[in-house]
Design a protein around this ligand. Structure first.
Ligand code: ADP
Ligand code: MG
Length: 463
């Protein structure tokens, strides 16, 4: 397997894209430039193609980038973006050379080349991602309210909680839940018309209607819709008159009993650049927030994604990832995909070591975010002990317990080894750190107040 999304559909499109390009550029240019492209992965609307060298990547991006992305994205394609990255030959299994982690250059190239389509499709509703269904959504404490509300709206036959306002940080599952609502309604109530689109697209249609003095038609168009979902409404801002008109359209829909679902990265009251009246209107229905993930949820998501992509990943690796990649589910998925794609490319099993190597850049970035000193400072302040006691030899429980918590968090939140952590705590032995980690884990399962304390500290540190 080479990535979670290489479905038949994607493979078929790739065959078609290549066929068209070949006809357009001719055999010899095709053989030199386009044939070496490899289809590696598809997820979240992004197709990833690999090339063997940087030079080729730049050439292809400059000469064929626009055409490639047009062909990939045209019609009602699932693809919205094409990324070309350099996969050096040493990483290719054909050469049988020992595994080497991606170089700095190949990683930045990966982030660097993006060919964005700049067209807006003619139809109103955007394509739905087939993986974004309720069955594939892992429910945990941080998202249970949003999930329950989404399910309720999807099951209802008339408008409930109008609007349903889902909000939360980047990559925490807002779009996933919206698509899931749409899939569910399409399947169980095919008579209802569901439209899902980004706020940007909504505004595009809207402003176009204003320009052509055609807002009546605009309203009609959306009035024929039973369920309207607008994703990322934080992008709705701009001129007062535009917002005014939007406000009326929105009210119209709700008054006519159309279900409206919106998402944003902030709560209604925190939306900047939006008129007070519109903000408060958006908060009238049910406002459900998705909180930052917990370790348990991340582990659950990894387990389910692992099955989805059919990769064999040891529990140790999943636990490691759940500890280290805490920023968003999107990054978590990306990390798992990278590890799995790599293992399959070089034809080896996934191990903790290979995982650390493949993700060294990501892990370093997360280490930069939190230092052991910072952890010690926070924990000392939280338990009201002196910072110096993190290093001292004092063993009274009031001191030793916080110190153990700090060691535990250092193990969880940084990628420092046990001996390294020991050194930072007044030159203690690695077995002392190991003992601390075990102790805290044990206390966490037996004492919920303690567990909450530790989680709180952890969340504060991760922010
Ligand atoms: P947002 O719209 O909040 O930025 P997305 O809905 O695009 O985030 O989610 C990012 C990625 O993480 C998607 O691939 C999505 O499937 C996945 N994801 C997020 N939350 C969950 C979850 N609870 N269970 C399974 N996958 C999830
Ligand atoms: Mg989204």
């Amino acid at each position: 397997m080479a990535g979670q999304g290489l479905t038949q559909e994607i493979n078929a499109r790739w065959t078609r894209v290549r066929g068209v390009l070949r006809a357009e550029v001719g055999d010899s240019a095709y053989k030199s430039w386009l044939k070496p492209l490899g289809l590696v992965d598809f997820s979240n609307g992004v197709v990833r193609l690999s090339v063997p060298t940087r030079f080729m990547r730049d050439w292809i991006a400059n000469h064929y980038g626009r055409r490639l992305s047009d062909l990939w994205c045209e019609g009602d394609s699932l693809v919205s973006e094409v990324e070309i990255f350099v996969l050096s030959e040493t990483q290719d299994r054909r050469t049988q050379t020992p595994f080497q982690p991606p170089t700095e250059a190949s990683v930045s190239a990966m982030a660097g080349t993006q060919v964005l389509p700049d067209r807006v499709k003619g139809d109103v509703s955007a394509a739905l991602d087939p993986r974004f269904k309720f069955e594939n959504f892992v429910v945990g404490k941080p998202n249970e309210l949003a999930y329950a509300a989404a399910r309720r709206v999807a099951d209802a036959e008339t408008a409930t909680y109008n609007p349903l306002f889902l909000y939360g940080g980047v990559g925490l599952g807002k779009t996933h839940l919206m698509h899931a609502i749409a899939w569910h309604i399409r399947e169980h109530q095919p008579g209802r018309k569901v439209v899902y689109l980004s706020a940007e697209k909504f505004m595009y249609f809207f402003i176009r209607a204003l320009r052509f003095q055609d807002t009546m038609a605009f309203k009609e168009r959306f009035r024929s819709v039973d369920v309207l979902m607008i994703d990322d409404v934080q992008f709705i801002n701009g001129k007062e008159s535009t917002q005014e008109e939007f406000f009326h359209t929105f009210n119209d829909l709700v008054d006519n009993n159309r279900q409206v679902v919106v998402s944003a990265d902030k709560s209604p009251s925190d939306l900047e650049g939006m008129e007070e009246r519109l903000r408060s209107r958006l908060g009238w229905g049910l406002v459900a927030d998705i909180h930052a993930t917990t370790y348990e949820l991340r582990l659950g998501i990894l387990q389910s994604k692992k099955d989805e992509i059919g990769a064999v990943v040891p529990d140790k690796v999943l636990e490691f990832l759940a500890h280290k990649i805490t920023s968003s589910v999107r990054e978590l998925e990306g990390a798992l995909n990278r590890v799995a794609a790599h293992a399959s490319l070089i034809g080896r099993d996934i191990t903790l070591e290979s995982c650390q190597e493949v993700l060294h850049d990501l892990l370093r970035a997360s280490d930069r975010r939190i230092s052991i000193e910072e952890i010690q400072k926070r924990v000392a302040a939280h338990f009201n002990i002196r910072l110096a006691d993190m290093h001292s030899a004092r063993r009274s429980r009031a001191i030793a317990r916080p110190r153990q918590v700090a060691m535990y968090l250092a193990k969880q939140l940084t990628s420092r080894s046990l001996p390294e952590i020991g050194r930072k705590f007044g030159g203690r032995d690695h077995t002392t750190v190991m003992h601390a980690v075990k102790k805290v884990e044990e206390l966490r399962t037996n004492d919920t107040t303690f567990a909450e304390d530790v989680d709180l500290l952890r969340r504060m540190l991760e922010d």
